[in-house]
Design a protein around this ligand. Structure first.
Ligand code: ZN
Length: 253
């Protein structure tokens, strides 16, 4: 029986080590992880069997996405992400000058009493300014360390706002990074740095490029998965975190 046309579209990943079929549902895609030797027809029928389950889960995830990615208002005690950890925001106004400090128990924002705009606007503006400054410093320092190890030297390091990119590298040797990465764990930042610096050797995503990345960052597949799954949580203005925005179905054979 040919059931092919009823099979929902999915991305298949086979692995020699896997013993079961697993369906991973994301809001706009389905990924199927399967053992190396299972017949395609067996996988298709497994997916067909689970079609209702898949559709329901996708609806759930879409709902969750729309409710959870609403921007949060930054106010006293709001949570801020910093290098993958959450810090409490502590705001004090009527200070003599504006400054931001990272303290062990939180991020302290002092607003100058001369600021005339609404506090919510000033808070966003000052924090963004501070985040960008910190991001640039951190990226320059880490790039410096990594380029020593990797033997490639960029001409300039910059941080920018990108809507859909974490980093970028051009033929003049300028490497740029999305400043929002300052909210990600340091090991993820390091992956993006190694990725961009590897482009100084290989200006493409060929197997040779990935070998170069792997040489200095063997765990890179994990970092890619992290960015795919959690990267949407790195936003400005901040959004509610949506950890767990993925549902798995473990199927046995
Ligand atoms: Zn790349």
């Amino acid at each position: 029986m040919n059931i092919k046309h009823n099979v929902p579209e999915y991305i298949l990943q086979r692995s020699a080590r896997r013993r079961t079929i697993e369906i991973q549902v994301r809001p706009d895609s389905i990924r199927v992880l399967a053992p190396k030797r299972v017949a395609q027809a067996r996988i298709d029928s497994f997916v067909v069997e689970k079609t209702d389950w898949i559709r329901t889960r996708q609806q759930e995830l879409l709902l969750r996405r729309s409710s959870q990615l609403a921007p949060v208002l930054l106010e006293q005690d709001s949570q801020l992400l910093w290098l993958g950890e959450r810090f409490k925001l502590c705001i004090s106004d009527r200070a003599t000058q504006t400054r931001v400090q990272l303290l062990p128990d939180g991020i302290k924002l002092e607003l100058s009493r001369r600021i005339r705009k609404p506090q919510s606007e000033a808070v966003l503006e000052q924090l963004e300014h501070w985040y960008r400054e910190q991001a640039l410093q951190l990226f320059q320092q880490r790039v410096n360390d990594w380029s020593g190890l990797m033997g490639v030297v960029p001409s300039t390091v910059v941080v920018r706002s990108y809507r859909r990119k974490w980093g970028c590298c051009n033929s003049r040797g300028v490497v740029s990074f999305n400043w929002l990465l300052i909210m990600a764990p340091l090991n993820i930042i390091d992956y993006v740095i190694v990725h961009e610096l590897s482009h100084l050797r290989e200006m493409n995503h060929s197997p040779r490029f990935w070998l170069e990345v792997e040489k200095f960052y063997p765990d890179y597949p994990k970092a890619k998965v992290w960015l795919n799954d959690q990267g949407r949580g790195l936003q400005w203005p901040p959004v509610q975190s949506d950890v767990g925005n993925r549902l798995n179905f473990q199927g046995s054979l």
